[in-house]
Design a protein around this ligand. Structure first.
Ligand SMILES: [Zn+2]
Length: 203
């Protein structure tokens, strides 16, 4: 597990890569990784920071309530509560949130069905535990909400209900995914963004 400085450098590098792909434009998105389990400590991008140009001051250290224990000035992302919820619900080592065009479009299209099924793609095998392209991945779509306490409760319920999903979409907003490690979480962003774009273009 990385220490805070290593985690900050890693999140900055990931931010640059995601920005190059157009997944975190206009200071959107947020990235976090767990740096200690007991007590829980997370490194996360601060609110309003552009992910393509993250500096050390743009990364904050949080505890399990989302309170800042190191870093600043500047508050944590408004969506910190969702990161904390996903770490708690999934035991994730890192959580990634992107705002791509395809996630935005498909989340709206699939909202009335409550989610989106993707199957038959070789790239599905990049998701943890998936061994075959015949896997059917269900990506739940949640209604967007500015009330993060309420939305965290919805996330908790959806993650319980869909215990094997690798990510979810917020409607007209973006993608959340996670992984056991930072590398796994980054891979899941790449895999899911690839799949969403493939499905979107095919339609
Ligand atoms: Zn967002």
């Amino acid at each position: 597990m990385a220490d805070f400085d290593e985690a900050s450098g890693a999140l900055a590098a990931i931010g640059r890569r995601f920005d190059e792909r157009g997944w975190v434009l206009g200071t959107s998105g947020n990235l976090s990784t767990v740096i200690a389990r007991t007590p829980l400590r997370m490194a996360i991008t601060r609110s309003g920071a552009h992910k393509g140009t993250l500096a050390p001051a743009d990364i904050l250290e949080l505890d399990d309530t989302g309170a800042i224990v190191r870093g600043g000035p500047g508050g944590p992302s408004a969506e910190t509560a969702l990161h904390v919820e996903i770490v708690a619900s999934r035991g994730a080592g890192a959580v990634m949130h992107t705002h791509s065009i395809w996630a935005t479009l498909l989340s709206d299209r699939a909202a009335t069905q409550g989610g989106l099924a993707i199957e038959g793609y070789e790239m599905l095998k990049g998701l943890a535990g998936v061994r075959t392209h015949e896997h059917r991945e269900w990506i739940p779509v949640l209604e967007n909400d500015q009330d993060m306490v309420r939305l965290s409760g919805v996330v908790r319920r959806v993650l319980l209900e869909h215990h094997d999903c690798h990510g979810f979409l917020l409607r007209r907003h973006g993608l959340y995914t996670w992984g056991a490690t930072l590398q796994d979480a980054v891979r899941h962003v790449e895999i899911l963004e690839f799949l969403l774009e493939s499905v979107g273009r095919a339609r």
